[in-house]
Design a protein around this ligand. Structure first.
Ligand code: MTE
Ligand code: MO
Length: 308
């Protein structure tokens, strides 16, 4: 066994073959990055030292081309092809993140400084959009918990709020009323601290492309895709539960928790099945998108049907 088994991973999920395969993928992508030539890139140095973790699925990965061309990013338009077409010119370097609210280390952080002490790892996660499609994405990133701990939240910090950049000059969709801008999202702090919750900086061993939320996005694999907010410019620790963009847009259709749940239908369509991009037949959607073992405990005592 080359890697330490994560405490959430069952034996049957970590076979020697998967370890071997993960390592091979890791070596391939590390080589693909051209490490010798890497200068100043934000993910390369720490990525070179990172090891694959036990959190990843062994399911077939969705091709890079599909992940980067079939997107939801309303800041660039509501069509699936719009983000790839119109996000190209978004300036993602330099980038800063404003940290506010109930924590000791508030302030504006340059992204490179924020990332410097963190090591980037690969996490291959299922990703399920509320619209009924899904993908398997090899993200590069770090657990959000690492960043939260450094910011030293106060005892009042019960929720973490995230905000996407607001800049209609660069984000043409923000000139429309598709949503109430800027895009915002939130997690309960224990959800944010869960080891599965990732801040992604890349995918397939490369820096994130703008259409996928460069330079920094959230990934919460057991929740519907809209919780995974892109191009984050602001993080706020809060005492009260924030209202996210899709709740604001339609309180009866979208909730705060938005955990993947095949038993709770969207008012306009069933959530029982999903189409994995690239597959013809639909597959069954799993409770918590297949991550129940890791996250169901966060919701014990809650009515999952009401708290959608
Ligand atoms: N800022 C912002 N973040 C966003 C969105 C958006 O429109 N704006 N769309 C969400 C939705 S609905 C989904 S399904 C995912 C899509 O991520 P992907 O395009 O990288 O697959 O991003 C989420 N994050
Ligand atoms: Mo979505």
């Amino acid at each position: 066994m080359l890697i330490k088994k994560g405490k959430f991973i069952k034996d049957h999920q970590v076979t020697d073959y998967s370890v071997y395969q993960n390592r091979r993928d890791f070596i391939k992508t590390a080589t693909g990055l051209g490490l010798a030539a890497a200068t100043g890139g934000i993910i390369q140095p720490s990525f070179a030292l990172s090891k694959p973790t036990g959190f990843s699925t062994q399911e077939a990965k969705t091709p890079y081309k599909d992940i980067t061309s079939y997107c939801n990013f309303y800041e660039f338009g509501t069509g699936k092809a719009d983000p790839k077409k119109y996000a190209k010119n978004l300036t993602t370097s330099p980038w800063s993140v404003l940290i506010e609210g109930e924590c000791e280390k508030t302030g504006r952080y340059d992204l490179d400084d924020l990332l410097k002490p963190l090591s980037i790892e690969e996490r291959i996660y299922r990703f399920r959009c509320v619209e009924g499609w899904s993908m398997v994405i090899p993200w590069m990133g770090f657990p959000l918990a690492q960043l939260i701990k450094r910011m030293k939240p106060t005892a009042k910090a019960k929720y973490v709020y995230f905000e996407t950049l607001y800049d209609p000059k660069q984000m043409r969709g923000q000139k429309t009323k598709a949503l109430d801008w800027p895009y915002i999202e939130g997690l309960r702090i224990d959800e944010a601290m869960n080891p599965l919750t990732l801040m992604a900086t890349g995918l397939y061993g490369k820096d994130l492309l703008n259409q996928n939320g460069a330079p920094l996005r959230l990934v919460v694999p057991w929740k519907y895709g809209f919780k995974s907010i892109k191009s984050i410019a602001k993080i706020r620790f809060m005492e009260k539960q924030p209202v996210n963009s899709w709740q604001k847009a339609n309180m009866t259709e979208y909730g705060f928790y938005s955990n993947v749940n095949p038993q709770v239908n969207h008012p306009r369509w069933s959530q029982r099945k999903e189409r994995r991009i690239g597959e013809f037949r639909k597959r069954k959607t799993k409770l918590f998108n297949g991550y129940a073992e890791q996250v169901a405990g966060l919701y014990s005592g809650m009515d999952l049907k009401k708290n959608f």
